[in-house]
Ligand binder design. Structure first.
Ligand SMILES: Cc1cc2nc3c(=O)[nH]c(=O)nc-3n(C[C@H](O)[C@H](O)[C@H](O)COP(=O)(O)OP(=O)(O)OC[C@H]3O[C@@H](n4cnc5c(N)ncnc54)[C@H](O)[C@@H]3O)c2cc1C
Length: 328
């Protein structure tokens, strides 16, 4: 690892000012940044530590909904009583990520900005297209963990558990940069490889995520996040799904279904939502919505199993969200 300056700003404005110097990087818990630095994939000249900035570790209920500071750890998020009650998909997503050790360090801001786990991207010896090379090695190579949707240019899968969960709760990302503050809707935060293969997120250089705001559940509503992993712990999901729905009588209304770990960016499945809305959520309707969610999948040589797995994951997430809505 190359030498770097260690900077501990007292405020978010100071952090942005520090990061304005070219070559500096923000750090939350460092659980992704430091491995990237150790493997030479990132070589910042300075690391601006933001997790301990006062206020960045706060979860507040405001008029517009929940405001979750970018420095809140996944451990805090999944054990916070208000988050469990009003944003259950978010609490699930945080609880199912990684390991207790990682969750104690990993922050909300870092989770949304973490780089993909593709082994060709992470390996210094492969100059893949994401790193400026000409080839996506996963197309012909070892692709059992790669994308089953939108997989022509680059076959990474989006790794963040929080992304689909925040999305179903109408998440908005609040950002501070040299030009001031701006807010980005969750659905507008992701950059597809066809738009810019070198990045996955719509942050400009030196922009700091300060918080994420989310809409809490209303009455007769539930949400859930489900994933399927190869290992029970210390692993990323092979497929993931977040669902939020309300009940109008006994029928689903205003369903929101977002899948993760299956495409370069999280994907909202509006066709599946349309199948579910207006129907009683049960095994049969949940499977029918899951069928709509997997429609259009284009698995690679070694990952067709993910399509079957995703179908079951979507079904389970719908039934879990519906069960919570019935109890609310
Ligand atoms: C074994 C293991 C298993 C894992 N499994 C999962 C999993 O199942 N699901 C999952 O979602 N994740 C998983 N992770 C990833 C983990 O959740 C992320 O590494 C973590 O959330 C990143 O947060 P951090 O605060 O440590 O980020 P850092 O490593 O500090 O930063 C990551 C990136 O975000 C940028 N950044 C950090 N904070 C900000 C900010 N406020 N504003 C702008 N940019 C910022 C950094 O510059 C860097 O580019 C796993 C990690 C490990 C090691």
């Amino acid at each position: 690892m190359k030498n770097f300056d260690w900077i501990t700003p007292a405020t978010s404005a100071e952090a942005v000012q520090s990061a304005a110097q070219a070559g500096r990087a923000f750090m939350g818990g460092g659980t992704d940044l430091l491995p990237l630095m150790k493997s030479g994939l990132r070589e910042p000249t300075g690391v601006v530590s933001v997790a301990r900035i006062p206020g960045m570790d706060r979860i507040e209920l405001t008029v517009g909904g929940f405001s979750i500071g970018a420095g809140v750890t996944l451990a805090t998020l999944c054990t916070h009583a208000d988050v469990q009650r009003s944003l259950p998909a978010v609490a699930d997503a945080a609880r199912l990520a990684a390991t207790p050790l990682v969750r104690n360090r990993a922050t909300v801001g870092g989770n949304l900005c973490q780089r993909p786990r593709c082994w060709y991207f992470r390996h210094a010896d492969y100059n893949c297209s994401k790193k400026g090379g000409e080839v996506c090695y996963a197309i012909e190579g070892e692709n059992k963990f790669h994308a089953i949707f939108d997989n022509t240019t680059c076959n990474i899968v989006h790794p963040s558990n929080l992304a689909p969960a925040f999305w179903v709760h109408d998440g908005v990302i609040h950002v501070l940069g040299a030009k001031g503050e701006r807010s980005i809707k969750l659905e507008d935060f992701w950059v597809r490889p066809e738009e810019d293969i070198r990045t996955e997120i719509a942050l400009e250089a030196g922009e700091l995520i300060t918080a994420v705001s989310c809409r809490p559940l209303g009455s007769k509503s539930g949400s859930a996040f489900e994933e399927v992993n190869e290992k029970q712990s210390y692993d990323w999901g092979l497929v993931a799904c977040a669902v939020r729905l309300s009940l109008d009588g006994d029928k689903a209304a205003d369903a929101r279904i977002v899948i993760g770990a299956v495409a370069p960016v999280p994907l909202r499945r509006e066709a599946a939502e349309a199948v579910l809305n207006g129907k009683v959520p049960n095994e049969a309707t949940a499977w029918a919505a899951a069928d709509a969610a997997i429609a259009g999948a284009t698995p690679l040589r070694d990952n067709a199993y993910k399509v079957t797995m995703l179908r079951a994951c979507v079904k389970n997430a719908i039934l879990a969200a519906a069960a919570r809505a019935r109890k609310s």
